[in-house]
Design a protein around this ligand. Structure first.
Ligand code: ATP
Ligand code: MG
Length: 424
């Protein structure tokens, strides 16, 4: 992509009511546009990041047997009444509206009930199970406060997955596979070292826990207790004598950290299927309730957490796997006729022909300082500068975004092309 053609421009300042670091940086770098508090639009660079995260999640969910679907945002009140969750007293984030004929509808803040209703229509026998589906959906939630930028929104992208099994053992098995798949996702997007499988209240089975995935992050809203030796953590709600005794752990072995919930998995057992009347006939001829699990990942919250966790004073630092581009090619030429512009353009064409994801700063009117500032703010992991100076020094200047050095390293043009092109 040519930077001169990118319609977004970097901005010096964010709106004055924007106080969170992730929103300020994403806004200034041109990744998001603010519609209203807690509601953001995703612009080309931002959408590229969202799509990369979605692709990684999709791969890992498909690897454990899930198929992708997409459910509607407008939801049927009657389906939610079956579980009692239409009630605003039970669910305090509903956005609701009315059809012209006066019938009430809801906007999806979650999809457990509608998906279960859909899955029900395909299940009568044990032979019809399991069903495992996931989707990427814009969830709408009337959150009281939207204060942490893209981390707590009134409209946000969630990956939600639902599983339907014929017995507890199969569900538990899948649940554990899902924990592994989630950790693979967090590792692949660069948050592995900071993310903990965290026990929380709310499970229905033997250990009575559900699991949250918490990424250590100052801007997070949660407090978690991390075990100093074992790789485990507990949500503050369950961090008490009773749980510690049950798990045979000592209070003093834990340390308290601020964290953001980046995922959440839930074993419902047969509770939800009993509410929703989802039964199947087993191979012994007996009618039984289906075992249900639900599994969420906050896709757009993750973008915020990555920015919070990995940025520096100059701007964003994307991990390679989710960066909008893998390379930021910068020409310092002031006109198109000189040697350095032609070389840069030629390199850009070569990279593009081999599908290297490259953003080419071809803007002739911008100063070197402005270009470097923009590049630091946007945060592409690798930068290559082609200028009269670099050519005179023997080639191109390369520098990793995360490097704290002032200058990059000069390497020959051939060496550089070898790094990125297969056949040269
Ligand atoms: P939280 O405790 O943060 O409100 P939740 O318990 O409501 O989260 P779920 O309903 O299980 O979370 O949603 C699944 C995932 O979606 C969460 O783990 C989180 O990463 C993300 N998420 C939840 N609410 C929001 C929001 N308002 N804005 C952005 N992401 C969210
Ligand atoms: Mg919530």
């Amino acid at each position: 992509m040519l930077q001169s053609k990118l319609f977004t421009k970097t901005k010096k300042d964010a709106p004055s009511d924007e106080t969170s670091k992730n929103a300020i940086l994403l806004y200034r770098a041109g990744f998001i546009h603010k519609e209203l508090a807690g509601v953001y639009s995703w612009l080309p660079l931002g959408l590229m990041v969202v799509n990369k995260i979605k692709e990684i999640i999709s791969q890992e969910m498909e690897a454990i047997g899930s198929s992708e679907i997409i459910m509607s945002t407008i939801q049927n009140k009657e389906i939610w009444e079956k579980s009692g969750r239409w009630d605003d007293e039970k669910v305090d984030v509903w956005f609701k509206s009315k059809l012209k004929n006066g019938n009430e509808v809801g906007f999806g803040w979650s999809h457990e009930e509608p998906i279960t209703e859909m899955a029900k229509s395909f299940v009568s026998s044990y032979k019809d199970l399991p069903i495992i589906v996931h989707q990427f959906q814009n969830k709408l939630r009337n959150e009281v406060r939207a204060k942490a930028g893209v981390m707590r929104c009134r409209e946000f992208v969630m990956k939600d997955m639902y599983s339907y099994f014929k017995n507890e053992e199969e569900l538990n098995n899948f649940y554990n596979n899902c924990i592994d798949a989630y950790m693979k996702v967090y590792r692949r997007i660069g948050l592995g070292d900071m993310t903990y499988v965290t026990s929380a209240s709310g499970g229905v089975f033997t250990d009575k826990f559900s699991h949250e995935f918490q990424t250590v992050c100052e801007a997070g809203e949660d407090n978690i207790y991390i075990h100093k030796i074992q790789n485990l953590a507990m949500n503050e709600e369950i961090f008490n004598e009773e749980t510690l005794n049950k798990m045979n752990l000592k209070k003093e072995d834990f340390e308290l950290k601020k964290a953001a919930e980046v995922g959440n998995i839930f074993n419902f057992g047969t509770k939800k299927s009993e509410e929703m009347d989802m039964y199947f006939t087993d191979n012994d001829g007996i009618k039984k309730p289906v075992y249900l699990g639900s599994y969420g990942i906050g896709v757009t919250r993750l973008v915020g957490v990555i920015v919070e966790a990995l940025s520096d004073e100059k701007g964003i630092v994307w991990p390679e796997s989710v960066s909008p581009f893998s390379l930021h090619l910068i020409s310092l030429a002031k006109n198109e006729n000189g040697e350095s512009y032609k070389k840069a353009k030629d390199v850009y064409e070569k990279l593009k022909s081999q599908h290297v994801e490259v953003l080419f700063d071809d803007r002739l009117e911008k100063s070197a300082g402005e270009k470097f500032g923009d590049s630091d703010l946007i945060g592409i992991p690798m930068r290559v500068i082609i200028s009269e100076k670099s050519l005179a020094a023997g080639g191109v200047e390369i520098k990793e975004r995360k490097s704290q050095e002032k200058n990059g390293e000069i390497i020959s043009m051939d060496q550089f092309l070898h790094m990125y092109l297969k056949d040269c």
